[in-house]
Design a protein around this ligand. Structure first.
Ligand SMILES: [Zn+2]
Length: 302
C-alpha cells in the first residue's frame, strides 16, 4: 500500500509506456565537451553515473512525451517519428536553464537559478514537466521548419508556453524549480500566465497585448505572452480540449513556419486551421476572432 508522500504530478500522471521511455535518448557532456551516449531513457535510469536530479530530469521529459502523445497525438518530433535527445551536464544550460535545438533538449548539471543570491530555487531540479513540454514543443517546431526559416522568436516562445499550460492544465510555468514555503506554496516560478499562484516573484513578466509585444527590444518570452493569452481566451470560449486541438493544428501548419513565421503568418494560420479543423462551425470561428481581438493580435493581419 502506498503510504509515502504523493506529489501533485504523481496524481495527475499515469505511467509512461515502454515506447515513451524508448523515444527519449539520453547523452551527457563529459570532459572537454565530449558527448557520451547513454542509450534510451530506460538505459540511462539504470546508469549508476547519473544523479537523482538527472534521473528526475529524464522522467520529466518522458512524462512530457507521454502527455503530448496522449493529448496531441504527437508521435516523435517530426513526421518520421524521430525521438528526442536529452543532453545532461550541458555547460550553457548551467547558466541559462534548459534549452532546445533541432532534435535535442539540453539541461545543466545544476539549476542555474539556484546560484543567484537569495534565490528560492532548488539546486537539484534540472527540468520540470511543464518546462519539458515547452522545450519539446520547440523541438517539434524546429523539426517542421526549413533551415532557412526565421520565425519571430516571440511566436516560438508563446506557442511553447501555450502548449505547456494547455497540456498540464496549470497556468504557472516552472514553479517546481523553486522551494515551497511552510504553507506548501511555491516561492517562485518562471512565468505566471494566469492568476498569481506562488508566494514569490516570477522570473519573467508577461505581455498580453499585441501592440506592446511588438515594441522594439521586447524580450521574446515576455512578448510571447500575447500568443499564450490569445489561446487562453480561446480556452475560455471553447474549452481546453478545443484550444489545444487548434494550437497543435497551428504548430503542424508547416506553411506558416516556412513562409516566414511573422505575427501575420500566425493569425492567418489560426484562421486557416479554424476553417480546416472545424469546417462550417461559425460559432467556433467567431470565438477565435473574439480571442484574437481581445489581445489585439488581429491587428497583425490588417
Ligand atoms: Zn522557449
Amino acid at each position: 500500500m502506498a503510504t509515502g508522500p504523493v506529489t501533485r504530478s504523481a496524481v495527475a500522471q499515469s505511467q509512461p509506456t515502454a515506447a515513451d521511455l524508448a523515444s527519449v535518448r539520453v547523452a551527457l557532456t563529459a570532459a572537454k565537451g565530449r558527448k557520451v551516449a547513454l542509450g534510451t531513457a530506460l538505459d540511462a535510469l539504470r546508469d549508476g553515473r547519473l544523479t537523482a536530479a538527472e534521473r528526475h530530469a529524464i522522467m520529466a521529459l518522458v512524462h512530457a512525451v507521454k502527455m503530448l502523445r496522449e493529448r496531441a497525438a504527437l508521435n516523435g518530433v517530426d513526421d518520421a517519428g524521430a525521438g528526442v535527445e536529452l543532453l545532461l551536464r550541458d555547460t550553457d544550460a548551467n547558466e541559462r536553464g534548459p534549452w532546445a535545438t533541432t532534435g535535442q533538449i539540453a539541461v545543466g548539471a545544476r539549476n542555474g537559478l539556484a546560484t543567484r543570491r537569495g534565490s528560492a530555487a532548488r539546486a537539484d531540479v534540472l527540468l520540470t514537466v511543464d518546462a519539458a513540454v515547452h522545450e519539446l514543443t520547440h523541438v517539434v517546431q524546429f523539426g517542421r521548419m526549413s533551415t532557412k526559416a526565421k520565425p519571430h522568436p516571440a511566436l516560438l516562445e508563446g506557442i511553447a508556453d501555450a502548449a505547456a499550460i494547455l497540456a498540464t492544465g496549470d497556468d504557472t510555468l516552472g514553479e517546481e524549480f523553486f522551494n515551497v514555503d511552510a504553507s506548501g506554496r511555491y516561492r517562485g516560478s518562471i512565468r505566471e500566465l494566469g492568476a498569481h499562484t506562488t508566494t514569490g516573484p516570477a522570473l519573467g513578466h508577461v505581455i498580453t497585448n499585441y501592440h506592446d509585444a511588438v515594441r522594439p527590444g521586447t524580450e521574446e518570452h515576455a512578448g510571447g505572452g500575447v500568443v499564450a493569452a490569445t489561446f487562453m481566451q480561446v480556452r475560455a470560449r471553447l474549452g481546453r480540449e478545443r484550444a489545444e486541438q487548434l494550437l497543435w493544428a497551428v504548430i503542424r501548419d508547416t506553411a506558416a513556419w516556412n513562409m516566414g513565421g511573422s505575427w501575420k503568418d500566425l493569425v492567418l494560420s489560426l484562421r486557416r486551421q479554424v476553417a480546416a479543423v472545424w469546417a462550417g462551425d461559425t460559432a467556433a470561428a467567431s470565438a477565435v476572432e473574439a480571442a484574437l481581438s481581445s489581445t489585439a493580435l488581429d491587428a497583425a493581419a490588417r
